[in-house]
Design a protein around this ligand. Sequence first.
Ligand SMILES: Cc1cc2nc3c(=O)[nH]c(=O)nc-3n(C[C@H](O)[C@H](O)[C@H](O)COP(=O)(O)OP(=O)(O)OC[C@H]3O[C@@H](n4cnc5c(N)ncnc54)[C@H](O)[C@@H]3O)c2cc1C
Length: 333
Amino acid sequence: MAYRIQMLEPAAAFDAEEGETLLDAAERAGIRLPHDCRFGTCGTCRVRIATGRVAYEDFPPGLSPEEDAAGFALACQAHALADVTLQPERLLAPCSPPQRYRATVQAVQALGEGVTHLRLDLPPEAGELVYRPGQYGNLFLEDGSPRSFSMASRPDGRGVDFHLRRIPEGRFTHHRVGGLRAGDTLEVELPLGTFCHHPEDYRPLLLLATGTGLAPLKSILESLMDSDDCPPVALYWGARDERDLYLHQEVAGWADRFDDFRYVPVLSRAGEGWQGRRGYVQQAAIEDFPDLSEHAIYLCGSPAMVEQSRREFLARGASIDHVYADSFTFQAS
Ligand SMILES: Cc1cc2nc3c(=O)[nH]c(=O)nc-3n(C[C@H](O)[C@H](O)[C@H](O)COP(=O)(O)OP(=O)(O)OC[C@H]3O[C@@H](n4cnc5c(N)ncnc54)[C@H](O)[C@@H]3O)c2cc1C
């Protein structure tokens, strides 16, 4: 049995089969709904259910029971139990459509313990590359399987940077990257994703990253540096120990490029000599900001950090309309 799904603004309608997620059904009908992780973690696909009922196979970690009770749902996990009218929460801002290119490796360098800096040159037909800082690209394995990585620099000509954390035995970050040399070529598709800076918020920015979750935030911050009207920025970067802070000096130096910039590295397994903050990055932010109701919050990196931060920040007054997340889920099936 199929249910009729009516979308308000932009007005559209489609059918969803029993058990089919709202996102899958929309895509089957050629309708684009904002989404990123597809695992119910990042919250990008949040919709408001105006009429009708939805249910989940497993209740998604990226939705709080309070949001559920208030009539919100995550389209990537929810399936209809009746005809539904829904309102997407986030409309897709226009950007360049994704394109596939054969890129050339310009540089592949160790950035620190287990992190590689990969710089690709796109071919001349890519022209001046346009993407929203915060977006990601897919890099392809030889068998055509995609792996997602966020652009780690702001758009600048045809060059594009990535920070790749090595996953033990990971097909791309371990085996493929280990054999890459300057001059090799790689298939890429970009730009993708809806994670990006929302200047219309104009609120103090609270940015949280774990590990290579720094990459999309670096891209965003590079696009805001040296501007006169950037709101105050607080960047919390979580890692296990000092060796994982692979751009520590560079990030600390950003203080010279903003009027109001605070950088707080937080280590969960720091050595004895560490003078800075210890514990989990979200706990450090909570200790420093008991009231989050006025902030725009950006979360990038481990799905566990994203999920816990969203839950705990919302419980402390953060506005759901100003929390944005990029959850670095694993992709091997
Ligand atoms: C939108 C998006 C943007 C991303 N951006 C970045 C980025 O900028 N930089 C970056 O480094 N990563 C990023 N990621 C994550 C990256 O895409 C994945 O880590 C990817 O799976 C790595 O590919 P791989 O082929 O090396 O590993 P895969 O072959 O995909 O192997 C991953 C497998 O390893 C296992 N595994 C190994 N180690 C662990 C561990 N510590 N914890 C849990 N499971 C483990 C998992 O079971 C998983 O199945 C992003 C992910 C998304 C969705």
